[in-house]
Design a protein around this ligand. Structure first.
Ligand code: ZN
Length: 74
């Protein structure tokens, strides 16, 4: 970040400016997003949807592709 006093660049981990010894403001900590239950639910539903699609593909589409015409005709 840039020093608010002299404007020189300081590495994020520094607390005091290397140039003017001015205390630097605390760097913005990466805020941990509090888990939003709605978002978690949405993610769960997306996961369920994806699994369902994969399951449908595996059960219906794959035998169709693999057993091309070899299925017994009633
Ligand atoms: Zn400075």
């Amino acid at each position: 970040m840039d020093c608010p006093n002299c404007g020189v660049y300081n590495p994020e981990e520094r607390t005091i400016c290397w140039r003017c010894d001015q205390k630097l403001p605390k760097p913005e900590e990466p805020k941990r997003r509090q888990k939003d239950p709605a978002t978690t639910m949405r993610r769960a539903w997306i996961l369920i949807f994806v699994v369902l699609v994969i399951w449908i593909v595996m059960t219906w589409l794959l035998p169709m592709l693999l057993g091309n015409g070899s299925a017994p005709v009633p």
